[in-house]
Design a protein around this ligand. Sequence first.
Ligand SMILES: C[S@@+](CC[C@H](N)C(=O)[O-])C[C@H]1O[C@@H](n2cnc3c(N)ncnc32)[C@H](O)[C@@H]1O
Length: 292
Amino acid sequence: MYGYERAEAICDSEQRGMEPFGFVLDDEMFNAVISVYCVFLMEKLAEMPTEEPMAQHWRSVLAQAPSLTSPEQPDGVYDLGQQEVQELFNKGIVSEGDSILDIGCGIGRLAVHLAQRNVTYVGIDPIRKCIEFAHESFADYPNCSFHHIDLQNSFYNLSGTDPALLRLPLKDASFDAVLAVSLFTHFESSAECQRYVREVHRVLRERGSFYSTWFRAPPNHPNWDGYRTVILESEILNFFSGFQFAETWGGNTKDYHDQWRIHAKKVSGFSAKILQRMRAMRSFFIFREYLE
Ligand SMILES: C[S@@+](CC[C@H](N)C(=O)[O-])C[C@H]1O[C@@H](n2cnc3c(N)ncnc32)[C@H](O)[C@@H]1O
């Protein structure tokens, strides 16, 4: 209630023979009270936490990034990346001290949230300008490196080697975790997917984590258009011989960001070929530990 309204209310109550409530503020007093209150509010606002400088830095870096075909805005790229990396830690897919390979790293969306952790990060991608951007943006982070791989893709890199013949220039059993986020959703053949999963298996350490995202059918309709590739769930599962599923989630709708997320762990002792034969012979229950 403003000062003059309060004064009027007191006059009213006096006229009606009631006890006046409160006290009368003249305009000068009223302005003084309001000024003190404004100063108090401004001090409180100044004390409120603002976004940390590192987040501001990365938001402005990402705003300069070459655009992928993603519909997200820079802030969305930052926030979604943060959520996703937090989830990777919460679910134990990555941990402090890990060496991490990010296949199809793009502009380093996930690297932004891994760079300050105690991890070693390697990103690879066929888009040269993304890798150049990442080299520049992560120059102060010696724990992060980015490499161009010249692999063909109808949307991202027209010239280049057939990805179905991929041989990653990386040592066997050299990573604790491999990430492939929105990678298989752009592949154009089953042979490509199979080849990549085999290579991931080769470069992962025993019990290492493989985190990948997919559009699966159902609920989507299968297609290999390379823009939003959808693969039959049973076919996706077949790519994973030599892995044990730790957890799968998401992918229940046809929404753009609702991809099926798979956390699988490398298991060995048997080659992928032998595992496939065992499965075919229906003797896999004996070796369930290796096949689940
Ligand atoms: C939608 S973006 C996702 C980028 C990144 N993983 C992320 O989550 O922000 C797909 C990425 O996959 C890369 N890519 C496409 N075909 C590839 C291939 N055959 N091998 C490796 N990366 C590929 C593209 O260049 C692009 O950077």
